[in-house]
Ligand binder design. Structure first.
Ligand SMILES: NC(=O)c1ccc[n+]([C@@H]2O[C@H](COP(=O)([O-])OP(=O)(O)OC[C@H]3O[C@@H](n4cnc5c(N)ncnc54)[C@H](OP(=O)(O)O)[C@@H]3O)[C@@H](O)[C@H]2O)c1
Length: 288
């Protein structure tokens, strides 16, 4: 049985990955942030050399987009320097590294789903540090795999976003207000974390390296996503569609960061669900 170290295992994505891999009989090591801080290179080296995982999955990130603008050095340390250090170590000990990245590496100008081969051009510090991290990780270790995901939601709380994902936030606001104001000019592919986690064993088996996009099929604006949430749950609230410029924008975000799962398809890996079906399943799950 392979031993896998999951970094960020109590995060919304990491927790589902742990469940999925444990169910497939992998041995998972799940230290929390306090037990294994990836910015403490000495501790990271000691932990990895002592525990000898065969695969390391890094879901840890500094991904509060506005805070990244404020603290770019910390964003660089967590999103680039630390995973690059882990990547070099993995190369030395022949351990597979799977690292999670983001749709925010793109600027949105393409207006069509981004392929793995498209050239990123991040608009903000978060996207820039993640993109630099991708390049450095692969430069250090060509066997590493970068998985780009988008607009995550899951049954476990997002640690970095005060525990509420977009769906929970919209439902909470709808219970408190008569009208919601939602951005209609930013397009994404909202993706359930357990859909990513469930496909991961197949990706591990294929031993892919390089860059892979892994999101729900189809795309929607945040407004369309909010509307579907309210329609499906029969929630009676008005939703006003506004441009992103309506909100005093702290940080520039891409208007269109939809990813095409081309590598997944080329490698014959099972397809991801359409975002609408995935949302319905999630809403049924949290209702229970
Ligand atoms: N959430 C999204 O919508 C989204 C979209 C695109 C890409 N992504 C990417 O997907 C990945 C997972 O995101 P998520 O939503 O699961 O985030 P999350 O719920 O905030 O989980 C992140 C995990 O990383 C841990 N962590 C943070 N800094 C660390 C450090 N220095 N050392 C060790 N552990 C650390 C956190 O622990 P503590 O909470 O205890 O600090 C937490 O367990 C990230 O790489 C992110 O960039 C997310």
């Amino acid at each position: 049985m392979k031993k896998i170290l999951i970094i960020g295992a109590n995060g919304q994505l990491g927790a589902d990955i742990n469940t999925s891999l444990s169910n497939k009989n992998y041995i998972t090591l799940t230290p929390n942030h306090e037990e294994l801080d990836i910015t403490n290179f000495e501790k990271v080296t000691k932990y990895i050399l002592q525990n000898k995982p065969e695969i390391i999955i890094n879901t840890a990130a500094y991904h509060q987009v506005d805070k990244c603008e404020e603290f770019p050095l910390l964003a660089t340390l967590i999103n680039n320097n630390a995973p690059t250090f882990i990547s070099k170590l993995c190369k030395e000990i022949n351990c597979k590294l799977i690292h999670f990245s983001t749709d925010y590496v793109f600027d949105g100008a393409k207006g069509k789903p981004y392929l793995e081969t498209d050239l990123p051009n991040p608009l903000n510090v978060y996207g820039k540090t993640k993109y630099e991290g991708e390049k450095e990780i692969l430069k250090a270790n060509g066997n590493a795999l970068i998985i780009r995901v988008s607009a995550l939601y899951g049954v476990n709380p997002c640690r970095a976003k005060n525990g509420l994902n977009f769906i929970q936030l919209m439902l909470k606001l709808a219970s408190e207000r008569d009208e919601l104001t939602v951005v209609g000019d930013e397009y994404v592919s909202p993706t359930a974390t357990y859909d990513i986690a469930n496909i991961l064993p197949e990706i591990i088996k294929k031993d892919l390296s390089g860059i892979v996009h892994l999101t729900s099929e189809g795309s929607c604006s945040w407004y369309e996503f909010a509307k579907e949430i309210m329609d499906y749950t029969d929630t009676n609230v008005k939703i006003k569609q506004v441009a992103s410029s309506h909100f005093p924008a702290k940080t520039t975000r891409p208007k269109y960061s939809v990813l095409e799962n081309q590598s997944l398809k080329n490698n014959g890996i099972q397809s991801m669900p359409h975002w609408r079906n995935a949302l319905h399943i999630y809403l049924n799950t949290i209702k229970k």
